[in-house]
Design a protein around this ligand. Structure first.
Ligand code: AMP
Ligand code: GLY
Length: 418
């Protein structure tokens, strides 16, 4: 079959590699992809929903996998599904679980799902008043999509006031598509882990746990980024799996059905394991990046079968199997990210096996691949335990060079003790 993958990052590169492992797949096309992905897979640039649909018809595309939340929020999934295309992504309505923090929080409370206490605010004044009901640190979130930049953990009233000012001023720090509202919430202490559920609108099966490293610097210091590295699986989280399924995933999917917005697709549950048990930090309507780069290589079940089962409603019959290996992914970024950074530096790769390389912010000029974004690529090492996966990931990195490259040296070393 022919597959179209929508998106342009390391996550979509990982999705392409997963489909490529399936004997059922004849052709993989990534839209728009990037210059690195284009070394391995066909990439096309299609500017709007109609051109994507026309491409699918003209090129006999059987399945479309949508990677980024923005495309899902814009209704691409509904648009293609309406025309009979098999789409791996939730509907626009179901994607509110990620696209509106208020929608997600209200539904969680109605369904009795453990999450941080919160107050909704629709103006600067309401937000400042809401903050006074919490102790510090307090968490301030823009209501809409914010490309990973919509959350501020404010340590004191000064930081809170600045964050609220920025949020309601539609400032750069909050590139929210819907910054007319904010959620002010209680700070949860504990350790973070993510769990992905493959959902078919009724049933679901969960994946391995993964752990992102969001801060820019080693030891989880500095500002948050889209993710600087990830590890999969997270053995320590296993003892919480049945509790997470029973108190979080089953009830949210039931609440989505009752709300008339059944969830079909991959559900990303961002969790905080607190001393009172697992609580939801956020839901996302997609795979994470760089979580996809460490989770997908460990899936042994044919990826087409997983996607087909979500679409056709047979997820409970799927034999979902995972490797017992560990994967560690380290993001190579441009120095300065998540703030200002320089780009255009030539990338040299001294290795022929590119299996563990997932390209994000890269472009091509006369000299070959050059850095072109904040997160440039994710380098993954797989091994039979965490130590060997880490060794492999960092050995792979030593084969790659570009000026101004920056990466964390401690991916996978975090202590998970409460
Ligand atoms: P989010 O975009 O909601 O995942 O938030 C980004 C990051 O902010 C999370 O990965 C957490 O590290 C942190 N965060 C968000 N909400 C909370 C909370 N209620 N308590 C503690 N940390 C939080
Ligand atoms: N790595 C976090 C995310 O994809 O949202």
């Amino acid at each position: 079959m022919n597959i179209l993958i929508v998106g342009s990052g390391g996550r979509e590169h990982a999705v392409a590699k997963s489909f490529a492992r399936s004997s059922k797949v004849k052709r993989i096309i990534v839209c728009p992809g990037n210059a690195g992905i284009a070394k391995q897979y066909e990439c096309v640039s299609l500017s709007d929903h109609l051109s994507i649909l026309q491409f699918c018809h003209a090129e006999d595309v059987h399945m479309v996998f949508i990677g980024p939340e923005q495309a899902i929020a814009e209704g691409l999934s509904d648009y293609l599904a309406k025309s009979g295309i098999a789409v791996v992504a939730p509907s626009k309505q179901a994607a509110q679980l990620e696209c509106s923090k208020m929608f997600a929080k209200d539904l969680m409370i109605r369904a009795g799902i453990p999450t941080a206490k919160y107050i909704k605010a629709f103006s600067k004044e309401e937000a400042l008043k809401a903050v006074s009901h919490f102790s510090y640190p307090v968490v301030i979130k823009a209501d809409g999509l914010a490309a990973g930049k919509g959350v501020c953990v404010a340590q004191d009233s000064c930081e809170a006031a600045t964050a609220i000012d920025m949020l309601f001023a539609h400032n750069d720090g909050y590139e929210s598509s819907n910054a007319s509202g904010a959620v002010i919430e209680e700070f949860l202490s504990g350790w973070e882990v993510s769990l992905f559920a493959f959902c078919d609108g009724e049933g679901y099966q969960t994946s391995l746990f993964a752990q992102d490293h969001k801060q820019i610097f080693d030891h989880d210091l500095g500002p948050n980024t889209g993710g600087m590295g990830a590890v999969c699986p997270v053995p320590k989280a296993e003892k919480y799996r049945s509790e997470i399924e029973a108190t979080i995933i089953s009830p949210i999917l039931q609440a989505m059905r009752e709300n008339g917005t059944p969830y079909k697709g991959i559900l990303y549950c961002g969790l905080m394991i607190t001393k009172d048990g697992p609580k939801v930090i956020e839901f996302n309507c997609r795979l994470g990046d760089p979580e996809a780069e460490v989770l997908l290589p460990l899936i042994e079940t044919d990826f087409v079968d997983i996607c087909s089962a979500m679409i056709s409603g047979n997820i409970l019959e799927l034999d979902l199997r995972f490797s017992t290996n560990t994967a560690v992914g380290v993001v190579m970024a441009s120095k300065g990210y998540p703030g200002k950074y320089e780009k255009g530096y030539p990338i040299s790769i001294r290795r022929t096996n590119t299996e563990g390389i997932y390209f994000s912010g890269v472009a091509e000029n006369e000299s070959g691949l050059v850095s072109a974004g904040g997160r440039v690529m994710c380098i993954v090492g797989v091994g039979n335990d965490l130590t060997s996966a880490r060794v492999n990931a960092y050995a792979n990195i030593s084969d790659i060079h570009f000026d101004n490259a920056y990466y964390r040296t401690d991916i996978g070393l975090r202590s998970n003790d409460l």
